[in-house]
Design a protein around this ligand. Structure first.
Ligand SMILES: [Zn+2]
Length: 425
């Protein structure tokens, strides 16, 4: 494959990255750009304006996924997608997702210029994609937009999801002007490529600039609720109380103890707690906790899940509350597309990098698409100190450049038809 030609424009990437990073930024508190919020709407508008100015045709599907389309090869030609997400966690970092969308945009603009100069002939159309609600901070489940596009989640179900304030995703999208499909949305692509920051330290510790993700860890996500009885915190005799918050506290402590003793290799968290009615003068009636386990081995996650559910039941019995498991979903470990992984690996070497084959602990849109049968690749670049979902999240300029260089070369190869023409699926 030919990787000479355009050096994708890193200055251009920095400029648009700074513009988008300012949306939802608060001094010392990172970036808050929740899916379908006003801030998300503002970032989407800048992305669309930037891509349109660069010659793209914008389209948007009914769940708000944005497609900046470069119709290079005609109506009947297959598509290649590249992208990530512009939404963030509350007080999140600047790089997670945003870097992937904007790098893909820069790569596309570089290839467009190269194509116009006659330096490259495309046999594929290219779309730069911003997937809706990847983070799952405002709406659960995460990876909403990519799951709807790939058919894993029905559109109606996605639009009916409610945030913590009871606002549906459909209403929130309408609030930022997204009501149904606009423009001609491209079909399922032949290949999808996503550049993302690692959110860990593996690349730095290995002394590598570029990672080719071979697959992901599995995850088990459980939403558990203890139901007690509301009562006055003053006069109600202690023996009569059924305190759901006490049950949740015991449950969380038992979860920690069981996992630390028997499953120390699994990553674990209890990271969200909702208490109702949440008044200082009412014994808590309902306490809901979101638990997560991540590991490589599904059978280990299965055993660990059973063990913690038993501990949760004990916490219920000990407090006179009732346990309700409102969600218990297992996300299988995914293997990324072997043919695409090989292309990324080979291309990175041609670009002068020694890529590290690695696994992703976190889920990404590329994983959701791959799981739904769209051949997908995920390219990692280093995160300083592995910090993620925090205002201090940082990826160095030279690593951003490395990612952009490899992504551009991979997209050029795919746009030339380097994957679809007889390559093994
Ligand atoms: Zn992300």
């Amino acid at each position: 494959m030919d990787n000479s030609g355009t050096v994708a424009d890193h200055d251009g990437l920095s400029a648009i990255f700074d513009r988008i990073s300012a949306i939802g930024a608060h001094s010392g508190q990172g970036v808050t750009r929740l899916a379908a919020s006003a801030e998300d709407g503002a970032a989407r508008a800048i992305f669309a304006e930037w891509m349109t100015r660069g010659g793209a045709r914008m389209a948007e599907d009914a769940v708000g996924n944005q497609f900046a389309c470069f119709d290079w090869a005609g109506e009947n030609a297959p598509w290649v997608f590249a992208g990530s997400h512009l939404d963030t966690q509350p007080r999140g970092g600047r790089f997670d997702g945003t870097l992937g969308v904007l790098s893909a945009g820069c790569a596309a603009l570089g290839l467009q210029a190269e194509k116009q100069a006659g330096g490259f002939k495309s046999a594929r159309n290219l779309a730069v994609v911003n997937w809706t609600n990847e983070e799952g901070a405002r709406y659960q489940p995460s990876l909403t937009g990519s799951a709807v596009f790939s058919g894993a989640l029905p559109l109606g179900e996605a639009l009916a999801l409610r945030d913590g304030a009871g606002i549906s995703l459909g209403d929130a999208l309408a609030g930022i002007g997204i009501v149904g499909e606009t423009g001609s949305v491209p079909p399922r692509p032949e290949a999808y490529v996503e550049l993302h920051v690692e959110q860990g330290r593996t690349l730095t510790e290995a002394g590598c600039r570029v990672g080719t993700v071979e697959g992901t860890w599995a995850a088990r996500k459980m939403t558990v609720r203890w139901i007690g009885r509301a009562a006055h915190t003053g006069p109600t005799p202690m023996a009569d109380r059924c305190d759901a918050l006490l049950a949740a506290a015991l449950g969380i402590a038992a979860f920690e103890a069981v996992m630390a003793e028997h499953y120390p290799r699994l990553h674990r968290s209890a990271a969200r707690l909702v208490v109702e009615p949440n008044s200082p003068n009412v014994v808590v009636e309902r306490a809901t906790v979101w638990f997560e386990l991540r590991g490589l081995d599904i059978s280990e996650l299965d055993r660990a899940g059973k063990a913690v559910l038993t501990a949760f039941e004990t916490a219920a019995v000990d407090t006179g509350t009732r346990l309700e498991v409102s969600a218990d979903a297992l996300r299988a470990p995914a293997g990324m597309d072997g043919g695409l992984v090989a292309i990324v690996d080979h291309t990175a070497r041609l670009c002068g990098f020694e890529p590290l084959a690695m696994r992703s602990v976190a889920g990404h849109d590329a994983v959701a698409l791959q799981n739904s049968g769209i051949p997908s690749a995920l390219i990692f670049i280093p995160s300083v100190d592995g910090i993620a979902h925090h205002p201090d999240e940082l990826t160095l300029a030279e690593d951003m450049q490395a990612g952009l260089t490899v992504l551009t070369a991979v997209l050029r190869h795919l746009a030339e038809g380097g994957y679809g023409n007889g390559q093994a699926r």
